[in-house]
Design a protein. Sequence first.
Length: 337
Amino acid sequence: MTRSAIFRLSSRRTQLLAMALGAALVTGCAEIPEIALKQEAMTTSADSTMGDGSMGDGSMGDGSMGDAAPNAENQAIAPDAAASDLARGGGITAPPTADIGQPNPQLVKQASLVLLLTDIDRAVDQVQTITQQAQGDVLSLQDYRSPEGAAQQVALTLRVPQAELDSVLKALRPLGTVQQQSLTAEDVSSQLVDLDARLKNLRQSETALLKIMERSGEISHVLEVARELSTVRETIEQLAAQQQNLRRQVAYAQISLTLQSPVTQVPPLRPVGETLGNTWEAAAQSVKAFTVGGLKLALWLLAFGPYWVVLATVGYGGYRLWQGRSIQPAIAETDEG
């Protein structure tokens, strides 16, 4: 067999192998044993052909060189095809994708608690102790008392670490009878993510503007970049403050605590002696006030005494003058009659 015949045989064998692999990929049902049988049949046919060729013209070395490339190609393609067929047939299972950890939700928690108890003053001290033990703070305290001085209602606003919220509420409930309680939580994760992204972009803009300012250029351009840089930095400060405020609200929970005493009963009547004593004291105070008022009036009259004398003298003189004039015509008429 000539060398050209050997090349044609190798090309035909390559075409057959390519057709077999294409059919396996299209149908998806080819198996490894089938591919192995085809390869074995092709190899046997090639060996027999090469044997005939070597007997005919002694060109064994040329036939081996012609078959080396297709065999190497078959060995390289067969493992990939087998792996693909096994994957389709279920022989190989793809490794499971690792679960992507989700970030913890950023929650702003607020709790409200109303307790009914008798000794409010003692309860306030206990509340402050519980808050301090939880590394919290008392933000506000409003004390409402009765006319007798007894505490009737106390409203407190507490701030505790969010991790200690449940333990603090659990410690506060036994102080009295729970009348009302509530717990709310707001997820601000999206707001924090948005602020982070905006701050990142603004800081990149700040860096770019600083690089532009470092370049030499016209003064007008430099001033324009400086104004833009000032605006960017101001926005960064505002967003950073908002971000810090949100993170603080997430880190600390707020508790609105109200301590109430039962409905106050009608106080008992006071003893008669105490009542009379209070009446005498009130009367003495009234007499004292009246006496002091009279003395003050006398002092005022005494201070303005000269003016009163002048006014009285002028008034009396005017009255006498008017009276003398009215008497003279009457006397004249009497004399004429």
